[in-house]
Design a protein around this ligand. Structure first.
Ligand code: CMC
Length: 429
């Protein structure tokens, strides 16, 4: 007869323990009963970088990394990219179901009416150097929002959480666009509430002297799909940061600033920027083989390749390749595209990449699209942060409402010195 449990024999003591299995998982705390003697602390599991530790139970995103599957609340990413809009998808991610027409209208109304930012935030932005990285500006101004909305500290009040959600989703594009305009020394362009979410973002970025900015529909649509593809991705580094920081019960702006900081890193959302820098560094198709050789020798990393969870083609990268063609039809073909295609061609048949299951990830082709749309490379991670905000808030709220969650506080295995007396200065070598 099969039992949903694990039998562990501790060969140090000869004792046997039965540990329950639920959802193919054992609880790490159940290991604590395994002790050498009564005074022993008990056994822990050691999992640097959380390679095999479930942080939570979640209903938001599902990834099957071996088969290249991504779903939000059960809906395949391909269908959402084809048929939804970013704001509708954000609603789905945040509230669990696709909205009715009325719910969607109300949601769009509220988000749209929270796009303006306090004029004082412009003063912070003015304090940054002209060449400040926009992610640095974004992280700082998101954190600053908490000082404008002290009511956000009422995290267990559902109405307050809803209000901060409107504000965060509404204001992220404004903060991002203002950071961009500051770096160019251009006057800020205010939100236009008649435009769509991505259309208004393009307006705030690129509007110059025209009375009414009219976004190019192909670029507006492409940006909307890119936003859908980036909206959530279960327990990635920044979502884990959002949960971790939020678990101290800080306000959502502070937690979101922490998540944005996590996203900034080149191994996470900053990879799209690094891909472009890498392609410019390689310089020409003729140099691709020697670059791959350097990657294989461990000297370099192939940015935009590999993923902790996907051991197959990232389904987002497949959709992005298609959007790239639509954008290039309008803006002209990005000359770096041929190099990217050659890298992919070589890598997908090279033993090094094949044996490690390294495939292009979401960041491999997005940079080429963003560059063709007129964005500088430093804006690429910002374009990731805007849509990921819906995922972060959903993950944060799920964490707050989960009775099993508490303040995140990992354990360590102490490897330092044992107790020793203080050494006076003249006796130190
Ligand atoms: N180029 C060359 N080798 C790689 C790469 C790469 N991009 N990624 C992984 N490897 C190798 C790695 O050296 C290791 O080889 P070995 O077994 O010989 O030591 C093996 O593959 C396993 O790699 P790992 O570092 O243990 O894998 P990980 O799960 O810790 O890292 C990753 C995942 C995404 C950080 C990593 O693949 C990487 O650094 N990729 C480049 C950065 C990048 O594109 N990041 C964007 C990820 S997708 C967007 C997002 O959601 O953040």
């Amino acid at each position: 007869m099969t039992r949903d449990s694990l039998t562990i024999t501790d060969n140090r003591t000869g004792k046997t323990y039965e540990i329950p299995i639920t959802d193919d998982t054992i609880r790490a705390l159940d290991l604590r009963q395994i002790k050498l003697n009564q005074n022993d602390f008990g056994m822990m599991s050691y999992d640097p970088a959380f390679n095999n530790t479930a942080l939570c139970k979640s209903k938001i995103s599902f990834i099957d990394g071996d088969n290249g599957v991504l779903r939000y609340r059960g809906y395949p990413i391909e269908e959402l990219a084809e048929r939804s809009t970013y704001l509708e998808t954000a609603y789905l991610i945040l509230f669990g179901e696709l909205p009715t027409r009325k719910q969607l209208e109300e949601w769009i109304y509220h988000v749209t009416h929270h796009t303006f930012i306090h004029e004082s935030i412009k003063k912070f932005l003015d304090g940054f150097h002209y060449d400040a990285h926009p992610m640095g500006m974004l992280i700082s101004t998101i954190a600053a929002l908490s000082t404008f909305y002290p009511d956000a500290r009422h995290i267990f009040d559902a109405d307050s959480r809803r209000k901060q959600t409107y504000r965060l989703i509404g204001k992220m594009p404004t903060l991002a666009a203002f950071a961009y305009r500051h770096s160019l020394g251009m006057p800020f362009a205010y939100p236009d509430n008649e435009l769509s979410y991505p259309g208004n973002f393009l307006n705030m970025l690129f509007k110059t002297t025209e009375l009414k900015y009219r976004p190019n529909p192909t670029l507006e649509h492409a940006l909307d799909i890119l936003f859908i593809l980036h909206a959530d991705h279960e327990q990635n580094c920044s979502a884990a940061a959002m949960r971790n920081v939020g678990s101290s019960h800080v306000d959502p702006y502070s937690a979101c600033a922490a998540a944005t900081a996590a996203l900034y890193g080149p191994l996470h959302g900053g990879a799209n920027e690094e891909v472009l820098r890498m392609l410019m560094d390689i310089g020409s198709i003729a140099n691709v083989p020697s670059y791959i050789k350097r990657v294989k020798s461990g000297e370099k990393r192939l940015m935009g390749f590999g993923h902790r969870i996907y051991k197959n083609y990232d389904p987002r990268a497949r959709i992005i390749k298609r959007i790239a063609d639509e954008v290039f039809d309008v803006m002209g073909r990005n000359p770096l595209l041929d190099m990217a295609l050659e890298i992919e061609r070589i890598a997908l048949q090279d033993e090094y990449f094949v044996s490690r299951k390294l495939y292009p990830n979401v960041d491999f082709y997005t940079g080429l699209i963003y560059q063709s749309m007129g964005f500088p490379v430093t804006m690429f991670p910002v374009l990731f942060a805007i849509p990921r905000t819906s995922g972060w808030i959903a993950q944060w709220e799920e964490m707050l409402l989960d009775p099993e969650q508490k303040i995140a506080r990992p354990r360590q295995i102490y490897m330092g010195h044992d107790k020793r007396p203080y050494v006076p200065m003249d006796q130190r070598s």
